[in-house]
Design a protein around this ligand. Structure first.
Ligand SMILES: Cc1ncc(C[n+]2csc(CCOP(=O)(O)OP(=O)(O)O)c2C)c(N)n1
Length: 376
């Protein structure tokens, strides 16, 4: 199926607003949204609930339904505004969802997608959202019929979801851009691992940051027991790190976050600043993009995480713009009390052959907890 055809059909349905958070299953769809020449307004929102918010606001202002796209892991973020606002028993606001289906039963996928994949259709049923699943064999006539059904559902003030299996959208024009940064994320992460003392506990964010740390740590130290990888639950790494930091004041905790993830649940920053844990250090690897799922810009490229952390009340916030500055992180952490935030700008480069954790998520959790039990 051609994403551009679908986009022009959405426009013909009167949809002039599209908002969401990118997903690898929807990579071509997201690229086509970026390159699309039509009149639709496009918003990459901080999280999927915020996309539903934009959809509701846009409908209130125009009477036209909006489209929200997301990975199925984002359904959780969307549930609240969907169930408590958009649902027909509340305001009855039409929204068309386009949802990438990771973890589809019977298709091998990463642990964080397995359960979410299994309950995806059930979740839409529970939320009273009618849905239809499409895949690479879906013909244009079937899509047309689905959109007709969607149109009728939206007209009743209800929501409709098109659930998209892997490989559905055929290759069209891709969207490429440069953020102008030169440091490469994986090099930076390797340097961070080298500069940190081995007794520093690391909590890493969702996506390639965790995968690169995992591989770099195995290559440098032959293991990764001090790293908790937040493989799902995007945006929650810093609160997980805070939870550890509060219970283990004897250990130094470093959260290695992404800009997209930090934006997703940004309330964590003022909260961490308010708790003021002296053993907490927050590194935000900023590529202005959701690089792990296709490098779509975050929509907040102007954001200064250093500025936000300072305003939130972190004890210190810096931007590290050279590898030499990155090499000083270890001594900074040994010498200075947290909470400190370090923002590191990096390019959009990533290795094609990057691997994934070899152990199960449970095994990694147990190894990490065993490691954490030991006093430093
Ligand atoms: C709630 C939720 N929405 C979307 C995703 C899909 N996803 C996985 S990684 C990622 C991008 C993360 O971006 P960022 O934190 O900036 O790190 P980068 O990949 O750029 O290094 C996205 C959107 C997800 N895992 N969970």
């Amino acid at each position: 199926m051609k994403a551009t055809r679908l986009l022009s059909q959405l426009e013909q349905m009167g949809i002039d607003t599209i908002a969401g958070v990118p997903d690898s299953t929807l990579k071509q769809f997201c690229d086509s949204v970026q390159t699309y020449q039509g009149k639709m307004s496009h918003y990459v929102t901080a999280n999927e609930g915020a996309a539903v918010g934009v959809a509701i606001g846009s409908y209130l202002a125009t009477g036209r339904p909006a489209c929200v796209y997301m990975q199925n892991s984002g359904i959780g973020n969307a549930v609240n505004p969907l169930a408590s606002l958009a649902n027909k028993d509340v305001y009855g606001v039409p929204v068309l969802f386009i949802v990438g289906w990771r973890g589809e039963p019977g298709v091998r996928d990463e642990p964080q997608h397995v359960f979410q994949g299994k309950v995806t259709c059930q979740m839409f049923e529970t939320l009273s959202v009618a849905y239809h699943v499409i895949d690479q064999d879906t013909r244009d006539e079937e899509t047309d019929a689905v959109l007709q059904k969607a149109h009728e559902t939206l007209a009743r003030g209800e929501q409709f979801a098109i659930i998209v299996k892997k490989g559905t959208f055929e290759k069209e024009e891709s969207f490429t851009w440069s953020n102008g940064n030169t440091m490469v994320r994986e090099d930076v992460l390797g340097r961070i691992l080298r500069t940190l003392s081995r007794d520093v506990v690391i909590v890493s964010t969702t996506g390639k940051i965790s995968r690169e740390l995992y591989e770099q740590s195995d290559a440098i130290y032959g293991g990764h027991e001090n790293i908790f990888m937040t493989v799902g639950g995007m945006g929650h790494a810093s609160m997980i790190a805070l939870g550890i930091a509060e219970k283990r004041p004897d250990r130094k905790i470093v959260c290695i976050d992404g800009d997209g993830a930090a934006l997703m649940h940004m309330g964590a920053l003022p909260f961490i600043a308010a708790r003021a844990p002296v053993n907490f250090y927050h590194i935000v690897i900023n590529n202005m993009a959701h690089e792990s799922v296709g490098a779509m810009p975050t929509g907040c490229q102007q954001t200064s995480f250093k500025g936000i952390a300072a305003a939130a009340g972190y004890r210190r916030a810096d931007k590290l713009e050279t590898l030499e500055a990155v090499d000083q992180i270890g001594s900074l952490i040994q010498e200075k009390a947290g909470p400190i935030l370090l923002e590191i700008p990096v390019s959009l480069e990533a290795r094609e052959d990057l691997g994934r954790p070899k152990e199960s998520a449970r095994e990694n959790k147990e190894t990490f907890m065993k490691y954490l039990k030991n006093p430093s």
